[in-house]
Design a binder for this molecule. Structure first.
Ligand code: ME8
Length: 513
């Protein structure tokens, strides 16, 4: 299997301190779209998601709910698992950090790093933000309106003093800079790469990687007084799920290093600095790509339980339908940037992009075939240069979308997709097949055949984004399973004239509210 063939994509594992909201759904859908795209493109794919269940934050939330930590984790983890189903996510695995496979894996990683001489015992005194599960240096803190010291993320901090093992992160400053240098696409988008470069160039301090002031974590091998820092525990999930510590496991050999760790911009430093450093220290390969996407806000404010403004993805699915929601999230905001959620924008996308542009194109083409070609794919005559230009754009679309998806740009892929939708709608208006029906039936058949071919390409290529809607469109064109992969695109898989098609139904209704 060549390197291009295997594709491992991961979401962050979500904290079980709180129920899922739209932000979590966003990352999961983005990864699902990438995973589905790559599978349809013939690659061997592994898609992982899961939950992050240790640490002080989860321990406190469990105590606040008057529940034992594990029982609390079981409950909230199930809500995240249910969300993956509700989102129609095609994940191959769902990992929980409280599982035995993970505990074994994290302890093995610790031992490898320690055996290589990169861990030493000391004591930590400094600031800690439970909400971020992060240590902060004095000079990183800012002041809130009340004059209190807080983390740059806005999280409260507390002074902490305890015995702790340290990871010698400072030894990895040069190796990390060399890694970023030799892999210019390792951190995307570029603005995020620059952030990481300047952070590392500013100097790396050794990192506290164990805690002694609470118990809800994985014990440090050989020293039960300490539990591991939750980020070392959590990051390791990406290799646990491939069979680590068995580096000869089939999954590990096939899928590590990961093609893409998808994360929100809030947790970039953990993924782009700490995680590669841990792996280098353990003598393992770092991931190929970390992509940090932007942040959804509501009315300009961060979504949070305390503000009471967190959007529940299940409510949005009920109101708008799953596929329109999946589509909206990746179409509306250029992937990588921040954006504000607005119901008006959601409805506009449904009515303009989906109902008017894509839905109407498919519906008018297939109903004309139904009415004017006796419900059979028409036999085309000679193609004109206009027909060939439109067909060429349809044939080229997969390549353009692939280039975008390879760099985690689903919005760019959808822009190219809608360029073809727009070109096809203009072609319908210019060619006016309803007039040709009266004046030149052979020409009408060529035009409708050309359009049906474009609709076939669109239906195949929209599958990763809107799997159910695409499937209905493909059913309406009587395309069998083997005619739905990207290998069937182009003239090789062209519709067979004479194929009988069912009466089409609209796939994207207008949202009337
Ligand atoms: O950070 N907009 O878990 P978490 C966009 N357990 N994406 C958002 C978002 C928003 N408003 N809110 C959350 C953790 N996300 C750790 C990760 S990984 C080894 C450990 C998404 O539950 C986004 O992907 O706080 C963000 O990075 C993630 O949820 C944070 O989830």
């Amino acid at each position: 299997m060549s390197e291009r063939d295997s594709y491992y994509v991961t979401t962050p594992i979500y904290y079980v301190n709180d129920v899922p909201h739209l932000g979590h759904a966003y990352t999961t859908v983005a990864c699902d779209v990438l995973a589905r795209f790559m599978r349809l493109d013939g690659r061997r794919v592994r898609f992982l998601t899961g939950t992050d269940e240790h640490g002080q934050k989860v321990e406190k939330s469990a105590a606040a709910a008057d529940t034992e930590p594990l029982a609390f984790c079981d409950q909230v983890s199930q809500a995240f698992r249910d969300l993956t189903v509700a989102l129609n996510a095609s994940n191959d695995d769902f990992i929980r950090t409280t599982e035995a496979r993970h505990i074994e894996s994290v302890q093995a990683l610790w031992k490898r790093i320690a055996d290589n001489g990169h861990i030493e015992l000391g004591s930590y005194s400094g600031w800690y933000a439970v909400r971020d599960e992060a240590f902060y240096a004095e000079d990183e803190l800012v002041e809130n309106e009340a004059g209190e010291k807080i983390a740059p993320s806005g999280a409260p901090v507390e002074w902490t003093e305890e015995p702790s093992y340290f990871f010698k992160l400072s030894d990895f400053e040069q190796p990390l800079l060399e890694l970023y240098e030799s892999h210019p696409d390792m951190i995307l988008p570029d603005s995020r790469r620059n952030e990481v470069l300047s952070f590392v160039r500013g100097g790396l301090r050794d990192l506290s990687i164990s805690r002694t002031s609470f118990r809800w974590g994985i014990p440090v091998p050989g020293d039960d007084e300490h539990v591991m820092y939750v980020w070392l525990d959590a990051l390791t999930n990406y290799i646990t799920a491939l069979g680590f510590p068995d580096t000869d496991a089939e999954l590990y050999k096939t899928f590590w290093p990961a093609h893409t760790h998808m994360v929100g911009k809030d947790i970039l430093r953990f993924h782009a600095v700490y995680w590669p450093a841990f792996l280098l220290a353990a003598g393992l390969e770092p991931p190929k790509r970390i992509f940090a996407h932007g942040w959804w806000t509501v009315d300009g404010q961060k979504m949070s339980k305390s503000l009471g403004n967190a959007l529940n993805p299940l409510d949005l699915i009920e109101r708008y339908g799953l596929d329109p929601l999946r589509f909206f999230m990746l179409r509306e905001i250029p992937f990588g940037r921040d954006g504000d959620f607005s119901h008006d924008a959601m409805v506009t996308r449904m009515n303009v992009d989906l109902a008017n542009d894509l839905g109407n194109l498919a519906q008018r083409v297939l109903s004309m075939v139904h009415k004017s070609c006796d419900a059979h794919v028409p036999e085309p005559g000679e193609f004109t240069s206009d027909d060939n230009a439109l067909l060429a754009q349809a044939h080229a679309l997969v390549g353009v979308m692939r280039d975008n998806m390879e760099r985690e740009n689903p919005t760019g892929a959808l822009t190219a997709f809608f360029d073809l939708v727009g070109a096809a709608n203009r072609y319908v208006d210019t060619m006016a097949p309803w007039t040709l029906k009266k004046t030149d039936v052979p020409r009408m058949k060529t035009v409708l055949y050309t359009l049906a071919e474009v609709v076939r390409h669109l239906a195949v290529l929209i599958q990763p984004f809107m799997p159910d809607s695409a499937s209905t469109m493909l059913d309406q064109m009587c395309l069998a399973d083997d005619a739905r992969s990207f290998a069937s695109l182009g003239s090789g898989g062209a519709l067979k004239p004479g194929t009988e098609l069912p009466k089409p139904q609209g796939v994207f209704p207008r949202f009337e509210g």
